[in-house]
Design a protein around this ligand. Structure first.
Ligand code: DC
Length: 225
């Protein structure tokens, strides 16, 4: 069974997706980490991020693996590097590359084939897994999303300001939503959850209940399965 969770940065997707996967005994696929790993490789190679030919060649040469919580690029652990602000900023260009998207979509389908997986990103319910059994789109007020992101950055010792986070987020959202290829929009059959006033526990509980409902299980049955 495939569960997709899409939505903008800071809507709480990653944390919620991991917890939902754990509660259900599913695996978790962080597709943003794959775009970020390609971004690291492109910046290291000094490639012009608009050069589609160069990006196509680059992505063919890469090996990206996601064991547990780690991200390996050609065997090297880049889990920390992919979260750096300059990678976050440049990832929107990489995510707009048709060549990169085509290859990553193929990899994502291959990874998930025949498995129970929670797949998180921007296009999982619309493009990658249109047949997914259960689709969610998480949203939240932009200021609340920026506050959450700032908390994360501060915990990592980064001293970016709220205004900087908000502006970078608005720029990235606008690019993700407006791009021609796989824009960030909810699938027609996605359940849209506004997480602004919900706790993480609430969000996870609602998603898990919905999955159980679709699996034909009541909460009582599911807790014993
Ligand atoms: O979710 P994230 O911040 O780690 O995503 C990094 C970038 O990749 C961001 O610009 C959105 C983009 N992305 C995408 O276009 N499609 C996905 N399935 C996942 C992420």
């Amino acid at each position: 069974m495939i569960i997709t969770i899409d939505g903008p940065a800071g809507a709480g997707k990653s944390t919620a997706a991991k917890l939902v996967a754990r509660r259900l005994g599913f695996e978790f696929l962080d597709t943003g980490a794959m775009y970020r790993a390609v971004t690291v490789a492109a910046l290291r190679a000094g490639i012009d991020l608009q050069d589609q030919g160069a990006l196509a060649k680059l992505v063919e040469s890469l090996r990206i693996e996601l064991p547990g919580d780690r991200v390996l690029l050609n065997g090297e652990d880049v889990s920390v590097e992919i979260r750096a602000p300059q990678i976050t900023a440049a990832s929107a260009s990489i995510a707009g590359s048709p060549a990169v998207r085509q290859r990553l979509v193929e990899w994502q389908r291959r990874i998930a084939a025949g498995r129970d997986m929670v797949c998180e990103g921007r296009d999982q319910g619309t493009v990658v897994f249109p047949q997914a059994e259960c689709k969610f789109f998480l949203s939240a007020d932009p200021k609340e999303r920026a506050r959450r992101r700032l908390r994360e950055l501060k915990a990592r010792g980064d001293n970016t300001t709220f205004q900087e986070v908000l502006e970078a987020q608005e720029a990235r959202d606008a690019r993700d939503a407006a791009r021609d290829i796989a824009p960030m929009v909810p699938a027609a059959d996605a359940i849209v959850l506004d997480t602004t006033d919900l706790t993480l526990d609430d969000v996870v509980a609602r998603m898990v209940q919905e999955v159980w409902r679709r699996q034909g299980k009541s909460g009582e049955q599911a807790s014993h399965s």
